[in-house]
Design a protein around this ligand. Sequence first.
Ligand SMILES: Nc1nc2c(ncn2[C@@H]2O[C@H](COP(=O)(O)OP(=O)(O)OP(=O)(O)O)[C@@H](O)[C@H]2O)c(=O)[nH]1
Length: 280
Amino acid sequence: MVNVTKGMQSMLESRSAVYKMLKDKAHKDRQINTFPRPYRYDATPYKQLDFSQIVKEACSSSRPVMAGLKISKAIFLGDVAVGKTCLVNRFCHQVFDSNYKATIGVDFEVERFDILQVPFNLQIWDTAGQERFKCIASSYYRAAHVIVVVFDLSSLMSLSHCPQWLEEALNANSGSPHIFLVGTKRDLMTRTAFSEVEGHALRLAEQVGAEFWAVSSRTGDGVSELFCRMAGLAFDSSVCREKEASCKAMTVGSDLVTLKQTPRTTPVKPRPKCSGSCSN
Ligand SMILES: Nc1nc2c(ncn2[C@@H]2O[C@H](COP(=O)(O)OP(=O)(O)OP(=O)(O)O)[C@@H](O)[C@H]2O)c(=O)[nH]1
């Protein structure tokens, strides 16, 4: 009975995810027309200030930029109770729950954006921090375009575990995902305590090549900006990848045509003339 209910629930959830992807328009605060800013320009390895030229051209052309749904995958990982679920729920459902409920395995959400007027979906995988669910959770790390390593700003221990979480996520991925180091529960921090932790986090972010953010899911501070930034970076890379792939395909295609059309330049050796008993 429990399994049936769970099965039906996940079926309904995946249906609602599909409906969200097919929505006519993204919600107003998910319509992005200028390149989203980082939390701090000195705390990011992603220095571009605008969408790539190729992306802007592709999005403004009258032909559709791409066929089918445009989706990128973001995975959230980090120690138990650092606030991963609250962060996702604050953005996706505008709620905050102060009671802790452990994530079992993974939770899945999808958020629709319109970026430069092109529909874009961000798949959000909220994984469990508890050791006993790690095995299930880590099987969802693959094929991530964005890796979000989360820590609790009020726990330096949770920050010190971030390199390990990141290594595990990177081991499961072969591409070059965007990496974020996100400190949560900013509302709990005094100014002095915050600036001390921020110093440690900035150093770590630089070491591991991540973009640093500090947010509060309780107040909503920085949450929407963080997700829009992820979506902006993921969208830009994904359109660039797609354009590169189609250019490559066109080059290969035109190479084949050239090969077909180019007359043979190597002289054909004249066959020796048959003499005598040769039947040819
Ligand atoms: N004050 C405050 N509390 C927060 C914030 N974010 C999360 N919490 C609290 O921290 C606890 C853990 O939050 P979760 O989001 O469930 O943590 P999690 O990382 O998803 O935990 P696992 O699912 O076990 O991996 C809950 O009691 C939340 O209410 C925040 O921004 N401020």
